[in-house]
Design a protein around this ligand. Structure first.
Ligand SMILES: [Mg+2]
Length: 341
């Protein structure tokens, strides 16, 4: 039985070593909805030694000999696979991206950890006027080919960047791709999940019992942030995973956060939807992000003949290039916008 949901996939991926290639093949197909696992498998040496995943937990996954030295096959949520079409996911240092001309590219930018420094609390990020001016200059220079793609709500992105709510100068994918807004005012968003009130109540009780854990209500889900209580990471993950299964929601893991949200949609879907629009169609998509959820964006960009830029020092990624931090992102974007950093 091939697992199909994230919890089962996670469980299956942890149940290693996977010694039987046929079993491995089924698992490899099954993990296609989780780009990080696929990236990890593609980069693994065939020694079965434990590695540390993005969430800090150790996984022992053995890659069969027959697959050694084969370029990693990267798959997205749709099940499409791209073997060898991307950067060979590797722990080797990645170079900074080249400075592209604004002509012919579409830019997809994550928000937290990419455009702004991650704050101790999710509601504590600082956005200064120089960043807003940079985003405005980018939007103008790219003429409809800029999108902010975030786990935050679209309304938060509008508020932080002081954009016009009805027709922002850039496209927005909020809530990990569940909310889409185009520059001409079109919007798409799913219905509010029925179980959200129950989940918020359960999360609040959990946070009361785990000092430092903070809950966040979102339009299509709820999150447990444990940056203030790193020791509670496993408890948060397990609790959120159980509620996800009970209510048919998806568990979205991120940096120091376990989030429940409506199933369907991810940052890769957002890239494909925006790239299908006349403003971006036929251009080269470039996706910048710092977290696990951005891997789907890197994969989608590569499949459309573009590339991803990993922000920070995450050792395993499907991105082709890397920038070390938010300040470097601002400098790189300033070159594209033609403004001084
Ligand atoms: Mg981020």
């Amino acid at each position: 039985m091939v697992p199909t949901d994230d919890a089962a996939i996670t469980s299956r991926a942890r149940a290693a070593p996977i010694a039987d290639p046929s079993t491995f093949a089924a698992t490899r197909v099954a993990i296609c909805s989780h780009p990080r696992f696929e990236a990890i498998l593609g980069a693994l040496p065939n020694d079965g030694k434990p590695i540390t995943g993005a969430a800090g937990r150790t996984k022992r996954i053995k890659r069969p000999a027959a697959e050694t030295n084969v370029p990693p096959r990267v798959a997205d949520r749709t099940g499409a696979h791209y073997r060898g079409a991307m950067h060979d996911a590797s722990p080797a240092p990645l170079l900074p991206p080249p400075d592209p001309s604004a002509a012919g590219i579409s830019l997809f930018l994550d928000f937290d950890g990419t455009l702004v420094e991650i704050a101790a609390r999710h509601d504590g990020v600082v956005v200064d006027d120089s960043l807003r001016a940079l985003v405005r200059a980018l939007a103008e220079g790219l003429d409809g080919r800029l999108a902010i793609v975030s786990g935050r709500t679209a309304a938060e992105i509008v508020a932080y960047l002081h954009a016009a709510d009805t027709a922002p100068p850039f496209a927005i994918a909020g809530s990990h791709g569940l909310e889409l807004r185009w520059t001409d005012g079109r919007r798409e968003a799913p219905a509010h999940p029925d179980a959200l009130d129950l989940i918020l109540t359960a999360f609040a009780a959990f946070a009361d019992a785990h000092p430092g854990v903070v809950t966040e209500e979102k339009p299509f889900g709820a999150a447990l942030h444990y940056r203030g209580a790193p020791d509670a990471a496993d408890a948060c993950d397990a609790f959120a995973s159980r509620l996800a299964a009970e209510h048919g929601l998806e568990l979205q893991r991120g940096k120091m956060v376990a989030e429940l949200r409506l199933a369907g949609g991810d940052k890769g879907d957002a890239v494909r939807r925006f790239m299908a629009d006349p403003a971006m169609a036929g251009t080269t998509p470039i996706f910048l992000g710092d977290d696990i959820t951005d891997e789907a964006g890197f994969v989608a960009a590569a499949a459309l003949h573009g590339w991803g830029v990993q922000i920070g020092d995450t050792p395993l990624t499907t991105a082709r290039y890397r920038l070390p931090d938010v300040a470097a992102v601002h400098r790189w974007l300033s070159h594209i916008a033609g403004v001084s950093a």
